[in-house]
Design a protein around this ligand. Structure first.
Ligand code: OGA
Ligand code: MN
Length: 277
């Protein structure tokens, strides 16, 4: 008789609506045998934490490849250094917006699918990464609000996020950001699975065809709701931790940190599998 043994996913819940800690070894993660179970779990929990897994860049890339279509970070770059050190990251302006709630790649036809960050250098102060589950936040809305927002569209623009971190930008900078363009997206994303999530974040400028005061009230109220305690998880980093999020059903942000401390996180990601509709 042949005894067959498959690797099982081992995890513990962090909060009912968001977060699970995966307890398997690095070798088990890299084997690829857990990828279907990981995808199933993250769809429910939004965020998975791999404590003290200590991925090298190569291992993080290999693990990411087991989860979907690997998406390089740039020309010949498999990973992206989240760092304010110009030697490690040539485009640090890009990180200013990451201090405010967002999902990655909202402006692209296909926003990214999964993202993984791993910690290499800790901040001296601040610098937690916070997440919220926008599937759970949608599900818990009252029926009246669900009906009210069902058909709404929002104009999103990268330049809107400029005003979060630079309230009086130079005209040249604003116009450069405006060249990225605008996009109209539904507030409620109906996924292929039939599940629904909220599409918000610091790129959300206004609700199309709605009075501007009403629009600001609605978008801010939904953001406050979606990021409130039941749907929220803050990750306090230790070197060697990796955190993965489902970018299609969560938002995230970095908390402020000492800009000179050398905080370094390494990011990898997979391509999105469905447009926001
Ligand atoms: C990102 C991001 C947050 C952080 O990598 O997309 O938003 O804590 N990072 O640096
Ligand atoms: Mn981000």
């Amino acid at each position: 008789m042949t005894v067959l043994e498959t690797t099982r996913l081992k995890y513990e819940e962090i909060k009912p609506n968001i977060g699970a800690r995966v307890l398997n070894s690095k070798e088990e993660l890299l084997s690829g045998e857990l990828s279907a179970d990981i995808r199933e779990l993250i769809e429910r929990k939004g965020v998975l934490v791999f404590k003290q897994v200590h991925f090298t860049n190569e291992e993080q890339v290999a693990f990411t490849r087991t989860l979907g279509t690997f998406m390089p970070e740039g020309e010949g770059e498999d990973v992206f250094n989240i760092s304010l050190d110009p030697k490690l990251n040539a485009n640090k302006d890009y990180l200013k917006g990451s201090l405010f709630w967002h999902a990655d790649g909202t402006m692209n036809p296909l926003p990214i699918g999964y993202a993984i960050l791993s910690s290499r250098v800790l901040p001296t102060w601040g610098g937690n990464t916070e997440f919220c589950n926008t599937y759970a936040a949608y599900d818990a809305l009252d029926e009246e609000t669900k009906a009210k927002i069902a058909k709404l569209k929002v104009m999103h623009a990268a330049w809107n996020s400029v005003f979060y971190y630079e309230p009086e930008p130079s005209q040249a900078y604003l116009e450069a950001m405006m060249r990225i363009g605008n996009i109209e997206l539904p507030v409620v994303w109906t996924h292929k699975s039939g599940r629904k999530s909220l599409v918000l974040g610091c790129t959300a400028h206004h609700v199309v065809d709605m009075d501007w005061v009403e629009s600001a009230r609605l978008l801010n109220g939904l953001r406050e709701w979606a990021t409130s305690e039941p749907f929220h998880y803050a990750h306090e980093w230790e070197v060697g931790d990796a955190v993965m999020w489902d970018n299609t059903g969560t938002m995230h942000r970095a908390r402020p940190y000492d800009p000179d401390c050398g905080r370094l996180l390494v990011r990898t990601k997979t391509g999105g599998e469905e447009p926001i509709v």
